[in-house]
Design a protein. Structure first.
Length: 141
């Protein structure tokens, strides 16, 4: 039994130390980040020259989530970054910039990731700044 455990541990350590990469996933991630998460999965698949289904399979295998979920996370992260760093942040501009259908769509998705509305989240972040690298002074008002 101990021999089997040792073999399994050796196998899993080798798996962890061997970096797995996929050119399609790397390209897709670059596209998603450069478009701030606003790409559709079908558009992304087209950019990567694979079918939507194949792209989903690859994302599950290499990242563990769907391309749509990855896009939503990137879009949320870009939105949150803008909320913190832009003192003149306007929610309606963000709706258009990040491809939300309307303000309630943006608010619902923000709340899904942040569990509070934008105003409360910003206030909380600005009073607990040890986790934030840089926020312009004007944003703290």
């Amino acid at each position: 039994m101990e021999e089997r455990i040792r073999i399994a541990e050796k196998f899993f350590l080798r798996q962890m130390l061997c970096p797995r990469q996929n050119d399609i996933i790397n390209q897709a991630a670059r596209e998603i980040v450069s478009c701030k998460g606003t790409l559709s999965v079908s558009g992304l698949a087209e950019e990567c020259f694979v079918s939507s289904r194949q792209l989903e399979r690859l994302f599950h295998e290499y990242i563990g989530i769907t391309p749509k979920k990855f896009c939503n996370l990137v879009r949320y992260q870009c939105l949150w970054n803008e909320i913190l760093r832009n003192p003149g942040f306007r929610i309606l501009d963000a709706v258009e910039r990040y491809g939300y259908t309307d303000q309630s769509h943006l608010m619902r998705e923000f709340k899904q990731y942040h569990t509070m509305d934008i105003g409360k989240a910003k206030m909380y972040a600005c009073h607990n700044v040890e986790n934030i690298q840089y926020i312009p002074r004007e944003s703290l008002v």
